[in-house]
Design a protein around this ligand. Structure first.
Ligand code: SAH
Ligand code: F3S
Length: 433
């Protein structure tokens, strides 16, 4: 009989893909069926995120819950970025945990479950050419890693310390995986890396790649069965004209660009070590709007970074207003171990940071209310991927707008034209036409 696996995945899309890789590796040795009920699982894995402090703090109370409810003899493992960051300490604080596996050590999962008190968090371990088994949870959208790690040293970010140095995956491996996923029915490919548009700078062993990111996108788009290509996350610094040109002109590339701003203040950007200024960012965004007028731009913003004055925060609001981002992921700064920002003493008090976050979010909400009205009566191509209650079906436009329409199962996995009848801030309601 197949064993049961309870797998909780936190954090970014890379973690989602790492979880799929773990399932594939486990299934090479013996069959595991996924369960949502931890009390019937033979194996409980939590794939963690450590970008902000909160989920890290929650980890130990979560493990406590698993210990309380788990079946006798079931193993608990902690994987991902918090595993990389805390390592052995996890076993000390939670002795019921059997293994700790870092974000760069996914292929060792079968070894981990068969050893007692296994800890491997080596961030120099290189899995960029490892032939992972096949497993995908989403039949419509295939996640494909194109690089691992990150060489940028943004002052606030723990990722380079949990996922190690940046290594691109050879393009032939990516193209094979892309072709296979598309043949298996995934019309949409989602290319993943911490810094995707820096693709090709360094492969395993220090070799340079033969394709850059723009060329990789062009090659992937030649696969017949591929209809949509998305990617995350690009870095604004590497958004050169060649890249914007390929993005704008290739019809298979979804018109949704993530441009993580972090702050609109040149001073703060400098102390974050982002490598660009407010003006430079605005110019790139303007160029993108010019070249791809239909594209939506999303961004990440951190408020309350050490030294952020009221004026710095207002610069951020100004950039938000001038670019008119269609989506914003905004966070309160959280000091992280190993980062240079954690040493800064000019910290912002929590109340000020919370207020700024609130102001930013409510300003953006009203911008979205206004923006969404522009989509009334517009027709979008929607890729339907999820059945909803009450005879509704949901999907995404090329711009990554969420759309909901009346429809049933036969629309799943299809791309259809939808006319928007009731645009709302976060979801556009419409009818298939
Ligand atoms: N290269 C990835 C970054 C991963 S972290 C990317 O560009 O998406 C995702 C986001 O989390 C970052 O863009 C940043 O906005 C936020 N973040 C990272 N470190 C943080 C910290 N210490 N405090 C608050 N937010 C942070
Ligand atoms: Fe983090 Fe900056 Fe890299 S946000 S993942 S160090 S580009």
């Amino acid at each position: 009989m197949a064993k049961k696996l309870f797998l909780k995945t936190l954090g970014c899309a890379m973690n989602v893909r790492d979880s799929e890789h773990m399932i594939a590796e486990l299934n090479r040795v013996e069959q595991y069926d996924l369960t949502q009920d931890e009390s019937e699982a033979d194996l409980i894995i939590i794939n963690t995120c450590s970008v902000r402090e909160k989920p890290v703090n929650k980890l130990f109370s979560e493990i406590g819950q698993f210990v309380k409810h788990k079946k006798k003899g079931a193993k608990i493992g902690v994987c991902g970025c918090t595993a990389s960051h805390l390592g052995k300490e996890i076993l000390k604080r939670a002795p019921e945990v059997s293994f700790v596996l870092g974000a760069r050590n996914v292929s060792k999962i079968t070894q981990a479950i068969n050893s007692e008190k296994f800890v491997d968090i080596n961030i120099n371990y290189d899995e960029s050419e490892y032939a992972f088994g096949e497993f995908r949870q989403n039949p419509y959208k295939a996640y494909i890693n194109i690089s691992i790690g990150c060489d940028k040293k943004c002052a606030f970010c723990i990722v380079p310390h949990t996922r190690g140095e940046e290594i691109s995956i050879p393009h032939d491996i990516i193209l094979n995986e892309a072709a296979k996923a598309a043949k298996n029915g995934a019309k949409e490919l989602f290319l993943l890396g911490q810094n995707v548009n820096n693709y090709g700078k360094r492969l395993s062993g220090g070799k340079k790649g033969t394709l850059n990111f723009s060329q990789l996108l062009s090659q992937i788009s030649k696969i017949n069965e591929v209809e949509r290509i998305r990617f995350t996350s690009p870095h604004p610094l590497h958004m050169d004209d060649e890249f914007l040109e390929v993005f704008a002109s290739n019809p298979k590339i979804c018109k949704s660009m993530h441009m993580p701003l972090q702050s609109g203040s040149t001073n703060i950007l400098k102390s974050m070590k982002r490598g660009y200024s407010k003006e430079w960012f605005l110019k790139r965004a303007e160029k993108l709007r010019q070249m791809s007028p239909d594209a939506a731009i999303s961004t990440d913003i951190i408020v309350g970074f050490p030294g952020e004055s009221e004026k710095d925060f207002e610069d951020t609001i100004e950039v938000i207003e001038r670019v008119g981002f269609e989506q914003i992921f905004s966070f309160k700064y959280s000091a992280r171990p190993f980062t240079t920002a954690a040493q800064m003493t000019n910290t912002i008090d929590d109340e000020t940071a919370s207020l700024r976050l609130q102001r930013l979010q409510s300003r953006h909400a009203s911008m979205l209310d206004e923006m969404s009205q522009r989509y009334l009566d517009k027709i979008f191509e929607v890729y339907f991927e999820e059945l909803r209650d009450n005879g509704m079906i949901a999907g995404r436009t090329s711009q990554n707008f969420a759309v909901c329409a009346t429809g049933s199962e036969e629309l799943l996995g299809k791309i259809k034209n939808v006319k928007i009848t009731h645009p709302q801030r976060l979801i556009l309601y419409g009818q298939v036409v």
